[in-house]
Design a protein around this ligand. Structure first.
Ligand code: PRP
Length: 218
């Protein structure tokens, strides 16, 4: 019997975009388009079982083998450093990691810099590389509020269109890491389901190279 490949997709816009790439690569699962609250969908014939996972949790499923492969943002990989293989850059879901602050902000360097972020590890290593003392204020969302309310001096966050920063009168101080969606694989699945995983990768590569999936999403 053919082995099913378990695939964790990030719930939301990125996951839908990425599912379309899998579909076009020949790993469709029509049930996924039904409007309901189900989280698991499979197509036995194509040998795939998809499940929708909260984006920050995808790497946990893959690292522990509950999923064989999955799709996750490079930001989350940088932040959590899971023990998985990074198999492909899907070149979609592109954004940049940035430091942002209220217009006119100057780092006085005399005092500890207060940094609000949901990417505490990334922020810590970024400022460690500059030898700058910081105080991390870990938040779980709406990061842009922190400097507005005086909770922090700057934020470290992802910027895609820049709309959220503009709407909150914040300027980019520096961009320091390009981000995009990555296909990741569980290490033992990569050994035992090598052919199945290779087949998915072979289906995805031409789509990534043509840039078609990304253009269609715009
Ligand atoms: C992310 C990020 C920024 C925004 C950037 O937030 O934290 O707030 O998107 O996108 P933009 O440059 O296109 O405006 P998300 O939507 O994940 O919500 P959150 O505030 O709950 O983290």
């Amino acid at each position: 019997m053919k082995q099913m490949l378990n695939i964790a997709l990030p719930k939301g816009r990125l996951g839908e975009k990425v599912y379309r790439m899998f579909e076009e690569a020949g790993f469709e699962c029509p049930a996924i388009r039904e409007k309901n609250r189900k989280l698991v969908f499979e197509n036995e014939e194509a040998g795939v079982r998809y499940f929708w996972v909260k984006p920050v949790d995808v790497a946990i499923y893959v690292e522990r083998g509950a999923a064989d492969i999955g799709v996750v943002g490079k930001d989350i990989l940088m932040e959590t450093e899971p023990d998985v293989y990074e198999l492909l850059d899907l070149k979609t879901g592109r954004c940049r990691m940035a430091v942002a602050a209220p217009a006119g902000f100057r780092d006085s360097k005399g005092s500890t810099l207060r940094v609000a972020t949901k990417f505490s590890n990334i922020a810590r290593s970024h400022y460690a590389s500059k030898d700058r003392d910081i105080d991390i204020i870990h938040l779980n969302g709406s990061i842009e509020l922190a400097p507005i309310l005086g909770l922090s001096d700057v934020i470290v966050d992802i910027v895609e269109t820049g709309n959220t920063l503009r709407a909150n009168k914040l300027d980019v101080v520096e961009y320091f890491a390009p981000i995009s969606a990555r296909l990741i694989g569980n290490k033992s699945s990569f050994k035992f389901l090598h052919e199945e995983i290779e087949a998915v990768m072979e289906g995805l590569v031409p789509l990534i190279e043509s840039g078609k999936a990304e253009k269609e999403a715009k």
